[in-house]
Structures are given as C-alpha cells and as structure tokens.
Design a protein around this ligand. Structure first.
Ligand code: SF4
Length: 282
C-alpha cells in the first residue's frame, strides 16, 4: 500500500445515500479525500484548495433524498390503496374508527356482517351504543368505538343531511374522528389530499427514515406535509402503511430485503450497509 494512503472508511455523515447504488461502503472504485486522514508529519500546511472538501452536512429531508425515497416507494408499491373493505364514505368512516388499535384484517372480518345488519347511516343513528357493542366487540375498545360510531351517525344525520362531509373541519366535529380518520376518508374516498394519514406505521417509518423527529401524530403530519409534495400525500400514506406491513415491522424490520436500505439510517435496523443514525428511531 503506498505510504500515506489509508483504507476508505465508512463516511461519518451518512452521505453514502448520495452515491447511487453504493450499498457497501468501501467497495467503490473511486477514492476520496478523507477527513479521517492523519496529518502527515513534517509536511507544510496545505493550501486551502488542497484541503479535504468540507462536509456540507447530512440533511435527511434534502429534496433529492426525499425524491429518491418517493421514487423507490413508487417502484415497490405502485398502486396501493386503503385495505379496509368499504363501498361508501360512511362505511369507510366506520371501518376506520373500528381500525384503531386493531388490524385491517380484523376489521374486515367484522364489517361485512355489520353493514348487512345496518345498511345505512340512518340505521346506525337509530341505535344506542350499547346495542352496537356486540357487533364490534372483536375489534377491541368496543365501548368507545360504539359510542363514536353511533355518535358520528347521529351527527351526520342531524347536521349533514345524512352525507359524510368532504371537509376536514366538518369531519373533525364528528365524535371519534381525529385527523387520521378524516385524512383516510378525504384521501381514499373523496380523493382530497388535505393532509397525510399518520397511523402507527407512518409514525414509525417516518422517524426511521428521518423525515421527522417528532413523536406526536399532528407534528409528524406537519413535518411530512412540509417535505412531501402535496400531490403525493394520499399515495405516500398508503405506501408507507404497506411498507410497514410487508417489511418495515415494528420489531425486527426486514432491512435485508428492503429497497430503501442504503438510504435508511434508522438506529434499529436489523442489517445495514451504511452508518446508522442514533436519532432515527422507530
Ligand atoms: S431499511 Fe429497515 S428500518 Fe429502514 S425502511 Fe427498510 S425495513 Fe425499515
């Protein structure tokens, strides 16, 4: 090895993601000036132009990085949508309320019979929460969910002429409806991208991908709305939710199979070819 040349080290800045296709640090044929090079003894101070280029710093929400994430998500999940079975805005609203702390599979087991038994929003509005409880018990938190569904039905019938409103402010007046549920209904049924759905998958994966450092859904949504182009808000939510189901599990994500691996620096990766960042957590 020539004197003064040291093996290339993994970058400390996480800027490997700028190197297209560089999955394994140190395998590139290119050589770079490294800030880790020890000063050469008895050598004159180099001219400024000969110094290693100063790092500009890693920016996890740099537009080119976000664009690369979106491009790969498009390749992985080109036309995904909401997995909750529904045939109307009302059914989607009910299914989304029932999906809290449950799985879409579990909700889809319950809703066909539920909507056969109570086929209209008016039929739900005529119930008491206690009457609905047995039908939604298996989705968990059934007392609160029954109250929310019946309360929402009554308000929709009394205040909105029996139609689910296609407006965020009005949706937020419904019992049991927060921004996540409203965004699901607006995006999936009405095709209105007025926000980003932040469920447990979006929460976890947005942090792993360092698109946010926040922990509260509303703040995470605000961060995502700043870095994701608005026309992608609806699809991005669905893609991330599918990614959470397919690969990026809460425990033991399948990083070895993940096409985002070389641009993901999450602290809890199970396999990595790049430096991981301690502040990127699930
Ligand atoms: S590399 Fe691992 S942690 Fe990162 S997005 Fe992929 S599955 Fe999730």
């Amino acid at each position: 090895m020539p004197r003064g040349v040291v093996p290339r080290q993994p970058a400390r800045t996480g800027r490997q993601d700028r190197v297209k296709g560089a999955r394994v640090p140190g395998t590139s044929a290119k050589t770079t000036k490294s800030v880790a090079l020890p000063p050469k003894p008895r050598q004159a101070t180099p001219k400024p132009s000969a110094r290693p280029a100063k790092s500009k710093g890693y920016d996890p929400v740099a537009p080119e990085r976000v664009a690369e994430i979106l491009k790969r998500l498009d390749q992985m999940y080109p036309d995904v949508t909401c997995a909750l079975t529904h045939s109307s805005a009302w059914e989607l609203l009910v299914a989304t309320i029932l999906s809290a702390q449950s799985t879409d599979v579990n909700v889809n087991r319950v809703t066909p019979e539920l909507f056969r038994k109570y086929p209209t929003v008016e039929a739900f509005a005529a119930l008491t929460p206690e009457e609905l409880e047995p039908d939604v018990r298996s989705t968990g938190f059934f007392r609160n969910k029954s109250k929310s569904v019946v309360g929402a039905a009554k308000k929709i019938v009394n205040d909105f002429g029996g139609q689910v409103p296609d407006d965020m402010e009005k949706l937020l007046t419904l019992p049991g409806v927060a921004r996540k549920t409203a965004n699901v209904v607006l995006g999936t049924w009405f095709k209105k991208g007025v926000g980003v759905v932040v469920d447990t998958h979006v929460h976890r994966i947005s942090r792993r991908l360092e698109l946010t450092k926040e922990d509260e859904p509303q703040k995470i949504e605000q961060d995502l709305m700043k870095v994701i182009p608005q026309e992608k808000w609806i699809l991005f939510s669905h893609q991330i939710i599918w990614h959470g189901r397919k690969l990026c599990y809460a425990r033991k994500p399948k990083c070895v199979d993940c096409p985002l691996e070389d641009i993901c620096h999450a602290a809890d990766k199970t396999w990595s070819t790049v430096e991981i960042h301690k502040n990127a957590k699930a």
